[in-house]
Design a protein. Sequence first.
Length: 307
Amino acid sequence: MRAARPIRSTGVLISAVALGCLPTLAVAHATPRPTATASYGTTAFVRHIVLQGAVNVRDLGGYRTEQGRHVRYGQVFRADGLGRLTDADVARLSQEGLRTVVDFRVPQEVRGDGADRLPAGLTVTSRPVRDLGLYATTMEVIASKDPVEQQEMLGDGKAAQLMRSIYRAFVTDPGDRRAFAETIRDIAHHGRTPVLYHCTSGKDRTGWLSYVLLRAVGVPAATAERDYLLSNGFRAATDLRVREGLEQSGLMRDPDLLVPLQEVRPDYLGAALGQAERDYGGLYGYLTRGLGLDRATLAQLRARLLR
């Protein structure tokens, strides 16, 4: 894909889809419900925290390891963007007793969607993980209003190719590795938990770290992958309404070109895992040599997260 050019203002829907978020003026929020704990097959009990201003907020606890232990609830939370939380959402989130919040968004995303809205006394640690220009490219594509240009930039597998490149960068980029490693150290450290980390959609940067964490404490690969893929279900209605809004507004003739950017897919995860295999001999090598986590830190992580 070519480099993104400066974008003139074209309305809230552009920002919304580039962020993977629903424009607040376009669709009414659902009535808040209590925290949901749902069974997903035989994987685990997934604790979804239902909020008005975010759709993919989850407790990473509940999963069973290969040794028969379980990931503790209430220690690690994964989320999408928190800039649109309502007062009720902030009050709900305060019940989780968070100590640390980590934001993986790049500065352009923060400017577009706003700073996190959080309970009083909580501060955010910014650890940007590069998006390889995804945010800017998406804004450019939509702003063009040109179906030919949109097809040229996103069609014929180009959008999925960009996503695979982003996932490979999770392994190859030193800054990305540093952001993930520092967050894992936060989680292993008693004084920093409970920890919540998030990006914009809560599915790629957040999804990769969640997969890595679950595998690091002994959760089977198939189970960790199912957790990763759950984002598609939690985000489906929101993402569909964004595409419908773009079509109705005349910004995109074929908004389904955005589907590869909105979804998580096994081959995206596979791109990162394949890179870890090539560079470090596998996921354990990525943890120890790529992220620089020693055995003591990994043991502390397991002690902190498992019961």
